[in-house]
Ligand binder design. Structure first.
Ligand SMILES: Nc1ncnc2c1ncn2[C@@H]1O[C@H](COP(=O)(O)OP(=O)(O)O)[C@@H](O)[C@H]1O
Ligand SMILES: [Mg+2]
Length: 314
């Protein structure tokens, strides 16, 4: 992998008896977006806090922009930005006021702080709202301002911890646009999310995190392909769910999931049975299918399968 700008190896971190990270590895090439995807409690924020020098690991090592996050924390801090789920902007100030203040706090001269604020407001579509107080901003605008604030010093690496959690679809779209804009500048972005769609849309590479560990990595397409095709079956009689599930389980070697009344879906292994074979076996078991089809899995299905959270038929 060419020039990883974020590297984590075997990160461990416990809080009392809670093992938040259990040997987490990551590698993010420069200029790419890495999506760290995982459910609540997976350890995403703990990992980001360590990478952003806000917490020390119990074991393992991490380097950001070439510097060790523990021993060279100041060097790391000078090269990163961090924005998260809870916007840290001042409600009483305007958007422009917030950016100027952060610029000054970051030791820019007054002139440089003003110039940078204007540039960023323009660039990230906040010009019209720039002179309104943040108290009147929508959730999406607030989060966008927070993100923009973290860009004042042109970080090499930007950490976004669940930047769209709790936003409505419009706010989410606004953040996505901002992230794309950033990447066009060459910023490396590590973003955590619980939303598969978000990782699918924004990330070059995805690391699926579960219980403090990366359990799979790959491009969105690569992860979908690795999981194999998906077989969907619609039954004529919803009551035939269990016998149909037994047939599919035997064919696919995986437990099918119930996806609706009289609907089953199962992951097929690469080189697994073809449609005709499935239809024949269902027929042989006396199960009438209204529809049988093959497709690529969604990232949701990939995730549920990887984390073992697919709902089996009972
Ligand atoms: N400061 C803390 N004190 C105690 N437990 C914590 C603390 N921070 C995180 N945890 C626990 O560590 C686990 C991982 O948390 P976190 O990294 O916040 O996950 P995520 O961001 O993926 O939701 C959870 O079980 C959480 O309750
Ligand atoms: Mg979190």
């Amino acid at each position: 992998m060419a020039d990883p700008v974020v590297v984590a190896e075997g990160l461990h971190k416990s809080f009392g008896g809670v093992r938040a990270l259990r040997g987490l590895d990551l590698s993010v090439p420069r200029g790419t977006v890495c999506g760290v995807l995982g459910p609540n409690g997976a350890g995403k924020t703990t990992a980001v806090r360590i990478l952003a020098t806000l917490a020390d690991p119990d074991a393992g090592l991490a380097r950001v922009a070439g510097y060790d996050v523990v021993r060279e924390a100041d060097e790391v801090r000078a090269r990163i930005g961090l924005a998260g789920q809870y916007a840290a902007v001042d409600e009483k100030l305007t958007g422009r006021g917030n950016l100027r203040m952060f610029g000054r706090l970051s030791h820019l001269s007054r002139r440089a702080a003003h110039r940078r604020a204007d540039e960023l407001l323009e660039r990230f579509g906040l010009r019209d709202a720039a002179d309104r107080r943040v108290a009147g901003y929508s959730g999406g605008m607030r989060r966008r301002l927070d993100l923009v604030t973290s860009l004042i010093l042109r970080p090499e690496v930007l950490f976004l911890d669940e930047p769209t959690t709790g936003l409505d679809p419009r706010g989410r779209g606004e953040i996505w646009d901002a992230v794309r804009e950033l990447v066009a500048d060459g910023t490396t972005v590590l973003l955590t999310t619980q939303y598969l769609e978000e990782a699918d849309r924004l990330a070059d590479d995805i690391a699926v995190v579960d219980r403090g560990k990366v359990i799979a990595t790959g491009t969105p397409d690569g992860l979908k392909a690795a999981i194999g095709d998906r077989l969907d079956v619609v039954l004529e009689d919803p009551a035939a769910l269990r016998p149909a599930a037994a047939v599919l389980h035997a064919l696919a070697g995986n437990a099918p999931a119930a996806t609706g009344a009289g609907r089953l879906s199962v992951a097929l292994p690469a080189g697994g049975p073809r449609l005709a074979g499935v239809v024949r076996e269902l027929d042989r078991a006396g199960v009438a299918a209204a529809d049988v089809s093959l497709r690529r899995p969604t990232l949701d299905e990939v995730f549920l399968r990887l984390t073992g959270r697919e709902e089996p038929v009972r």
